[in-house]
Design a protein. Structure first.
Length: 145
């Protein structure tokens, strides 16, 4: 397995992976998310490839104050092999190289399997509220993410 930067030819496989993992939402266009990410931090969109197949992905971001992790996914048939942990370590490494002092992420309430994964890789839970505002509407569906 190879952990590497996303390449243009990975787009369909990555979106399929995100859909399989339940990460896509009707109000977020995954192609637009990928295009926006590649325009700002192309090296922070990372995939795990094995034998020509994309088996994992993570998108990281850095705003100068903190890093963020998004779209961490592993192919269902490959879960439990350490792919997600390897992707998180690589994202953390790349963020650290940029001088990023801390990393955070958002998990939807009730997703205890995901919380447990992040507990295992050293993340701590915070009791904070989040709010957001959509500036560009990707689709007519209602919602915020």
């Amino acid at each position: 397995m190879e952990i590497r930067t996303f390449a243009a030819g990975d787009i369909d496989a990555v979106i399929a992976l995100w859909k399989e993992a339940g990460l896509t939402r009707p109000w977020n266009d995954p192609r637009a998310d990928i295009d926006r990410m590649r325009a700002v931090w192309p090296d922070l969109l990372i995939v795990a490839a094995d034998g020509g197949s994309i088996v994992g992905s993570v998108m990281a971001g850095y705003d100068g104050h903190r890093g963020w992790l998004y779209y961490l996914a592993t192919a269902a048939a490959r879960r439990g092999e350490g792919i997600a942990s390897a992707l998180v370590r690589e994202a953390e490494h790349r963020l650290l190289e940029l001088g990023c002092p801390k990393v955070q992420l958002m998990v939807r309430p009730g997703n205890e399997i995901v919380f447990a994964f992040y507990d295992r890789v050293g993340y701590e839970r915070f009791d904070i509220g989040m709010s957001g505002k959509r500036l560009i509407v990707d689709s007519p569906a209602e919602g915020v993410a």
